[in-house]
Ligand binder design. Structure first.
Ligand code: 5CA
Length: 444
């Protein structure tokens, strides 16, 4: 893509209304625009990043055998009355009436709707287990929407739902999701720690929040530092190995503040090896057995004719929140730093364009074609701004690799710069090779 064709409304200064860095920078580089309180438009640059995140989330869900579907944003109140949550949910739920006077709502989550889909067709134990997910907008009328897309009212969530015959099988499904979450966050360049958590309005008694450490986070956490040493790479996608993985994580105290208990903390955490800090919740998983399947009548026949309510879990990832969370975890000196896996562009080519001399632009265009041919997501800055203004802009945007076509590029060598590193002069072939091998390394 050529920069001159793009819609990226960059602001000169950090906007004063934004309190945290991710919000400031997202507004500054034109990723989002507020449309009303807690409701945002996603501009091309922001959307491009969010789509990359969404795809990684999707790939990791598919890898554990979860199947994608798509449920609507608007739901009927009837199923929420059946589950008993219509009254309990309170003012966070946006309630609407259609022209017939029917009560509808903008879905804040989908336990009821997925159970209705499941019960309509699955009648036998033979069809279990099932694991279904969608990536869809949610609405929660948050009392205090703040920090941009971090806590907003309309947000994109991946929510998955599993259906099993027994508690034992359901825990296996839970463990698979747990594993997929760790893999997902790792590919996004994040260290997300699973913390035992409260279940709130979703219900159940087994739950983990996946938290990334950040001073500006809204979740308070209490953890034994040894939990950071558990290496997911040591475990495989089979029930036995995943059971081991869960046991390993359970060895160490790690909870959110609703679950904090001083006595347990003092007993389990060795002196001076604790971490009490703040973090951002990027995912939350729940096991709640038959909390929804019973009232909503989602039963399956067993072999002898007996019926049982299916055991369910639900698993959320805040896809739009992750855009801000990655910035918050990675930014440095007022500039963003995107991991290659989700960078808005993998490489930017910056020609120094002089008056009446388009030789650098020509060279840049050749380079652009070559990178494109090799499937590298590349941007060419064909604007006539000064080189320093261009460099400043891309530093702010945090694109991982820059190729500067200017004084230092001689014959077939170009100035190649990896963010935060010294530049080096490389041939086109070497540049392509470097970016491709890094993409391979991180599994893109
Ligand atoms: N039904 C369950 C799991 S599918 C559920 O709704 N869980 S949740 O309430 O914890 O939300 C899942 C994830 O959505 C959270 O971990 C968080 O990352 C994201 N999220 C929740 N509320 C907001 C919000 N107001 N703004 C942005 N992201 C949010």
């Amino acid at each position: 893509m050529y920069l001159s064709k793009l819609f990226i409304p960059i602001l000169k200064e950090n906007p004063s209304e934004a309190k945290i860095k991710s919000h400031q920078l997202m507004l500054r580089v034109g990723m989002i625009k507020q449309s009303s309180a807690g409701i945002y438009s996603w501009l091309p640059l922001g959307l491009k990043i969010m789509k990359k995140i969404e795809n990684i989330v999707r790939e990791e869900q598919n890898k554990i055998g979860a199947q994608e579907l798509l449920m609507p944003t608007i739901q009927s109140a009837d199923i929420w009355k059946e589950s008993g949550r219509y009254n309990d949910y309170g003012e966070e739920m946006l309630r609407i009436k259609d022209r017939q006077g029917r009560e509808m709502l903008y879905g804040p989550t989908n336990e009821e709707l997925i159970t209705e889909i499941f019960r309509a067709s699955v009648k036998s134990y033979k069809s279990l287990p099932q694991s279904l997910y969608h990536i869809q907008w949610k609405f929660r009328d948050e009392l205090r929407p703040r920090f941009g897309v971090m806590r907003c009212r309309e947000f994109l969530m991946k929510d998955a739902y599993t259906f099993d015959l027994s508690d034992e099988d359901a825990v296996k499904s839970y463990n698979k999701m747990f594993f997929a979450y760790l893999k997902t966050f790792k590919r996004l360049g994040l260290t997300a720690i699973p913390m035992a958590a409260d279940t709130g309005p979703i219900g159940g008694n087994l739950s983990h929040e996946f938290i990334i450490l950040a001073e500006t986070g809204e979740s308070k956490i209490y953890a034994d530092k040894r939990i950071f040493e558990v290496n997911t790479e040591n475990f495989k996608l089979n029930d036995e190995s995943l059971n081991e993985m869960r046991k390993k994580f359970d060895l160490y105290y790690a909870v959110t503040d609703e679950k904090f208990n001083k006595e347990d903390f003092d007993k389990k955490v060795i002196k001076n090896n604790h971490l009490i800090t703040k973090g951002i919740e990027v995912g939350h998983i729940f096991y709640f057995g038959d909390k929804y399947s019973k009232p909503l009548n989602a039963f399956v026949d067993l072999q002898g004719g007996k019926k049982v309510a299916v055991k369910m879990g639900s698993y959320g990832i805040g896809v739009s929140r992750l855009v801000a969370a990655i910035i918050e975890a990675k930014f440095n000196n007022n500039v963003m730093k995107w991991p290659l896996s989700v960078a808005p562009y993998e490489t930017v080519i910056i020609p120094m364009i002089k008056k009446n001399d388009n030789s650098n632009l020509k060279k840049a265009e050749n380079l652009y074609k070559e990178l494109k041919k090799n499937n590298i997501d590349v941007l060419l800055d064909d604007s006539d701004e000064s080189l320093s203004a261009k460099l400043k802009k891309f530093e702010l945007m945090g694109i991982p690799y820059q190729v500067i076509v200017g004084e230092k590029s001689k014959e077939d060598l170009f100035e190649f710069k990896e963010i935060d590193k010294e530049s080096e002069n490389l041939t086109i072939a070497k540049i392509v090779n470097k970016v491709i091998s890094e993409k391979k390394r991180i599994d893109l």
